[in-house]
Design a protein around this ligand. Sequence first.
Ligand code: XMP
Ligand code: MG
Length: 194
Amino acid sequence: AHASARALASPLLDDVQEVLVSEQHIARRVQALGQQISADYRGREPVLIGILKGAVLFLSDLLRALTIHASVDFMAISSYGTGTQSSGVVRILKDLDHPIAGRDVLIVEDIVDTGLTIRYLLDNLRSRRPASLRVCVLLDKRERRQIPVELDYVGFEIPDRFVVGYGLDYAERYRNLPFIGVLRPEVIRDQGGR
Ligand code: XMP
Ligand code: MG
């Protein structure tokens, strides 16, 4: 699949069928997003809200690409009951540490699929009266959208495939892949019952 997947023996890389977005493409796009966000928020000090756990790698790289003052907070939510299908049920597992009233808030999310999760987050955070509220998402599976949501910053639009890596998991694995990839089908079958 991937050049380094052949060059290096790795139990992790062995499970990858295909690389959709390379490490280099991610790095370049995140730099560009950082510059754009820095320009858009010039003179202001946004709070970036990372959605645990999938957005952690994206957030840490994006943060380093910002040239303005910014703070960081986190929320953890569960949007999936089991497996890989969105349930539409969103539960807050960990709320923000600090109030966001009057702040310029930028949600940093790994992927928007049906849109249910980001819609919930937008409604929830908007009710706390931030000065502004925007969304920065690494991956947009646009063809899967069930409800319309406005995404202010998008890294990549991707096709309707289950992806892992760069923070995204399958059964809590593969977050440490440096690229966005698709797993071999037998891997999903073998781990499917976990
Ligand atoms: P919705 O459908 O609410 O989904 O927009 C957003 C959340 O679903 C997860 N998700 C994925 N996770 N690979 C993953 O590892 C995927 O291809 C994928 N598609 C959706 C993700 O947690 C996201 O926050
Ligand atoms: Mg997940």
